[in-house]
Design a protein around this ligand. Structure first.
Ligand code: HEM
Ligand code: NAG
Ligand code: NAG
Ligand code: NAG
Ligand code: NAG
Ligand code: NAG
Length: 324
C-alpha cells in the first residue's frame, strides 16, 4: 500500500466506464479496473482507500471531483445535524466491552487522520485504531465480495459477529446511520464507482443495518445469523419480521468529562465540511435515502436471503449480490 498507487488509482478512476458484468463482484471489478491485478493485496488496498475515505473524507489526489466530508466531520442528513466524532474520541461512553453499559474508548489513538492519509490504518499494529480500521477493511471487503479475501494479503473479517452488539450502546438513530451510509456511497463515487453499484451498496447497508428489531441475519457467512440492527433508536423504521424481544432497551450514551483524560483527545485534526451540508453525488445520497422509504416490508433480507439469494456473484462471496 504505497501512496503512489493511490495517486495512480485516482487518475485511472476517472476512466472507469464499462458496466460491471453480473458474475463479477463489486470488489473484484473495481480492484481490476482501478489497480489492474485482482490480487489479495490489491483488494486490501482498494478497501483501505475506500474505508479511509469514508472515515476522513477524500484525500487522494487527484480525484473524480466528488467531495467526501467523511464520518468524522459534522454534517447533515435529511435536514438534521449529525456529528459522529464523539463516538470515536471517547467523549461518549458508547462502546461495548462486554458489560451492561457502554464505556469510553478513544478509537483515534494511533495517529488519527495522519496514517489514514498515507493509506494505512494506524501508525502501529497493536492499537485500538488499528483494529477498528482493519476490521472495517475486512468487513466491507466481505460485503463487497472480495474473492481473494482470506488469502495472504487480505485477512478474512476477524471482528465481532453481531453489528447490534458492537453498536448497541451508541443508540444510533436514522440520521446518524444515514449519514454514515451516505459517506460510504460518496467515497465509492469518489473513486469512480458506477451509480448503479453505489446504489446497490447503499440499499444493502440500509436493509441490513438500518431497521430496528431486525431478525438475526447472516452478513459474514461463516459467522452465521446474528442480530445486525445498528439503527436502534425509537425513530428507526421497524424491520419486517421484527424480533424486538431479542434486543435490549435502548440507553443513550453518557458524556464523559474531558478532565485531563489524555486518551479522549485525538492526536490529529479532521478536515470538516465547510458547507455543513451533505454533498450528494449523482444518484447515490438520495438513493440511499429513498431506498428506505415505503419499502420496509420488503427490503430486509432474511438469513436465507443472504445465504442463498446471491446469484452468480455468490461465487465471490458477496452478500450485496442479492440486490444486483
Ligand atoms: C451501515 C453502517 C455501519 C456499519 C456496516 C458498521 C460496521 C462496523 C464494524 C464492522 C465495526 C468493527 C467491529 C469490530 O471490530 O468487532 C464497527 C465498529 C464501530 N462503529 Fe460502526 N458501522 C456502521 C455504522 C456506524 C455508525 C453510524 C457509527 C456512529 C458513530 C459507528 C461507530 C462505530 C464505532 C465507534 C465502532 C467501534 C466499536 C468498538 O470497537 O467498540 N458505526 N462498525
Ligand atoms: C463471466 O461471464 C463472462 C461471459 O458472460 C465470461 O467470459 C467470464 O469468464 C465470466 N467470469 C467469471 C469470473 O466467471
Ligand atoms: C476532495 O474532493 C474535492 C472535489 O473533487 C476537491 O476539490 C478537494 O480538493 C478534495 N480534497 C482533498 C483533500 O483532496
Ligand atoms: C435529497 O434529500 C434531501 C434530504 O432529504 C432533500 O432535502 C433533497 O431535496 C433531496 N434531493 C433530491 C434531488 O431528491
Ligand atoms: C426525513 O425526515 C422526515 C421528517 O422528519 C421523515 O418523514 C422522513 O421519513 C425522513 N426521510 C428519511 C429518508 O429518513
Ligand atoms: C418474514 O418471515 C416469513 C416467514 O418466515 C418469510 O416468508 C418472509 O420472507 C419474511 N420476510 C422478510 C422481509 O424477511
Amino acid at each position: 500500500m504505497r501512496f503512489s498507487k493511490a495517486t495512480a488509482l485516482a487518475v485511472v478512476a476517472s476512466t472507469v466506464q464499462a458496466q460491471r458484468p453480473e458474475n463479477t463482484s463489486i470488489c473484484d471489478y473495481y480492484t481490476t479496473a482501478l489497480l489492474k491485478d485482482n490480487t489479495a493485496d490489491n483488494q486490501a488496498t482498494l478497501l483501505t482507500l475506500v474505508v479511509n475515505t469514508v472515515v476522513i473524507g477524500n484525500y487522494t489526489q487527484p480525484n473524480v471531483g466528488v467531495k467526501v466530508a467523511g464520518i468524522l466531520a459534522p454534517g447533515t442528513y435529511n435536514g438534521t445535524d449529525v456529528n459522529l466524532l464523539p463516538y470515536f474520541t471517547g467523549e461518549l461512553a458508547s462502546s461495548n466491552r462486554g458489560g451492561d453499559k457502554g464505556v469510553s474508548i478513544n478509537f483515534l489513538d494511533d495517529g488519527g487522520a495522519e496514517p489514514l492519509k498515507k493509506n494505512k490504518p494506524a501508525n502501529t499494529e497493536g492499537s485500538t485504531q488499528y483494529f477498528l480500521l482493519t476490521h472495517l477493511y475486512q468487513f466491507f471487503g466481505s460485503l463487497l465480495g472480495c474473492s481473494k479475501q482470506g488469502m495472504p494479503g487480505f485477512d478474512a473479517y476477524t471482528g465481532h459477529a453481531s453489528m447490534y452488539e458492537v453498536h448497541k450502546f451508541m443508540a444510533l438513530d436514522p440520521n446518524e446511520v444515514g449519514y454514515f451510509i451516505t459517506q460510504v456511497g460518496l467515497a465509492a463515487s469518489s473513486f469512480g464507482v458506477a451509480d448503479s453499484d453505489v446504489q446497490a451498496v447503499g440499499k444493502a447497508l440500509i436493509s441490513l443495518f438500518d431497521y430496528r428489531c431486525a431478525p438475526p441475519t447472516a452478513v459474514i457467512e461463516s459467522q452465521g445469523a446474528q442480530l445486525q440492527a445498528i439503527c436502534i433508536a425509537d425513530t428507526c423504521p421497524l424491520a419486517a419480521n421484527s424480533t424486538c424481544d431479542s434486543y435490549q432497551p435502548v440507553v443513550e450514551p453518557s458524556s464523559v468529562s474531558s478532565s485531563g483524560s489524555a486518551s479522549a483527545t485525538p492526536t490529529a485534526s479532521y478536515s470538516t465540511s465547510p458547507s455543513g451540508t451533505t454533498p450528494v453525488p449523482t444518484g447515490s445520497g438520495n438513493a440511499t435515502s429513498t431506498g428506505s422509504t415505503g419499502s420496509s416490508s420488503t427490503v430486509v433480507p432474511t438469513a436465507g436471503a443472504a445465504a442463498n439469494g446471491l446469484g452468480l456473484a455468490a461465487a465471490a462471496g458477496g452478500v450485496l449480490a442479492f440486490l444486483l
